[in-house]
Design a protein around this ligand. Structure first.
Ligand code: SAH
Ligand code: TMP
Length: 408
């Protein structure tokens, strides 16, 4: 991997914020026989004073992360199923989607969102490079191009299908290193009044909650309104509306159109102001974040060591991609966390990236509760605490690191 030192938007030198050391792929759960072939990269977070974009210095090649073995399946979470169904209805009621419009989803994964369009006979197209999840979408009756979204592909789409009224993307824009090409492509693809709507984990939430586990190979950018506005402005686009959502630990949904189409909403103006007040444009904000991350790491290691010394059994709950950053940054192995329980059949029997903690079938969790369970899927706490009441009733305790290392 070449060592990138410059901002991908402005080409100015990046300022180093945190070095997380050598990290494996966040979703790189693997078999025991493959430990010696495991891939690592130096994961450093940087900030550009000009574009205001927070980004990784280096990101592994897209094909390494997004391929026929991709292990994230959107429909795993019941909460997310309802979330995308509600969003679809919301788009319908706002007339962003209707029978005369053509919509595209970037990173449609297993079809969790687009299946509603297909069911309602709305012309739609998914762009999904990971073959295994693209196939699941196709089986739901969705037309899918099994490829990465690029400006080149956009030209082909215009030739084959015409311009697009809505481009939607959830939890994928922040994955794409050549984001300038993506926004350029979107600017070509959109009809005059067309909308680009995308959502990703929000930088402000990450800073406020010290949720540094949102930083892993796939998330090459941590977006804010400030940085996204600067980026899309380069291609004749602007943010006109924004909505904060609770998913993935706190996300922001950006509504973007060609310039001078819509007035900026009060919501959008409020968030721009909030970001100014919190000084997201000032590098010192990120140095404070670094300090908080280091404190969080120390608190977590101390707590786990103390519990272990007292003879407690500690397991992990949910083998999330986010957990990879915590485990490898804090050097937590199976001595401290014996196993991680997960519901995804494809992950069960594998080992966690880097620290090689076994991933076990969640059913075994019910057979012998641990004393403590580290809640790696802290963003799904509501869903999990509801279904795991018995764990707590039988004396079990949750460990979380968000917003502070604590027991629940
Ligand atoms: N939108 C879904 C899936 C998010 S995971 C959700 O919010 O739950 C990110 C998805 O984007 C993966 O399925 C991945 O294969 C896909 N992806 C990654 N890079 C992409 C690119 N350049 N173009 C289109 N899709 C991409
Ligand atoms: P992610 O944070 O990378 O999206 O991964 C979510 C993982 O959490 C996925 O492997 C499934 C797992 N999970 C559970 O095991 N139990 C649950 O209740 C939930 C919500 C998720």
């Amino acid at each position: 991997m070449t060592n990138n030192l410059n901002c991908r938007i402005s080409d100015q030198e990046l300022i180093e914020i945190i070095n997380f050391g050598n990290q494996p792929l966040g979703n790189g759960f693997l078999q025991e026989g493959n430990f010696n072939k495991e891939y690592f990269f130096e994961m450093k977070l940087g900030f550009c004073a000009e574009s205001k974009m927070v980004q990784l210095f280096n990101q592994p090649k897209s094909e390494k992360m997004f391929n026929e073995n991709y292990l994230f399946f959107s429909e795993t979470s019941k909460y997310m199923q309802v979330y995308f169904e509600d969003l679809f209805k919301n788009f319908l009621s706002n007339d962003y989607i209707n029978k005369n419009k053509f919509i595209i989803e970037i990173g449609c994964n297993d079809g969790i969102f687009l299946k509603h369009a297909a069911k309602n006979n709305i012309k739609c197209l998914g762009i999904e490079p990971s073959k295994n999840v693209a196939e699941i979408s196709k089986n739901k009756g969705i037309e899918v191009i099994n490829n990465f979204f690029t400006s080149k592909l956009c030209n082909e789409i215009i030739n084959d299908h015409g311009k697009v009224d809505l481009i939607y993307a959830a939890n994928v824009m922040c994955h794409i290193e050549d984001i300038k090409d993506v926004i350029y492509g979107a600017s070509l693809l959109l009809s005059d009044k067309g909308l680009l709507v995308f959502e990703d984990p929000y930088l402000l939430d990450i800073i406020e909650k010290t949720s540094y586990d949102q930083i892993y190979d796939e998330h090459v950018y941590l977006f804010s309104l400030t940085s996204v506005e600067k980026l899309v402005n380069l291609f004749g686009l602007e943010i006109f509306h924004a909505e904060r959502t609770n998913t993935h630990g706190g996300s922001m949904r950006y509504y973007i159109s060609k310039k001078n189409n819509y007035n900026k909403s009060e919501n959008a103006l409020n968030y721009f102001n909030k970001e100014k007040k919190i000084d997201l444009s000032d590098v010192n904000t990120y140095f404070k974040f670094k300090k908080n991350v280091e404190n969080s790491k120390n608190d977590l290691i101390n707590l786990l060591n103390q519990l272990k010394k007292n003879g407690k059994k500690i397991s992990g709950y949910a083998a999330t991609s986010k957990s990879t950053t915590i485990l490898n940054y804090c050097k937590i192995d199976s001595e401290l966390i014996e196993c991680i329980y997960d519901t995804t059949p494809q992950k069960i029997g594998l080992f966690s990236p880097g620290m090689h903690i076994p991933v076990c079938d969640f059913k075994a969790f019910y057979e012998a509760y641990p004393d403590y369970a580290f809640l790696f899927a802290w963003n799904h706490f509501k869903e999990i605490s509801n279904k795991e009441k018995k764990f707590v009733e039988s004396g079990g305790k949750w460990i979380t690191h968000v917003p502070n290392v604590s027991l629940i």
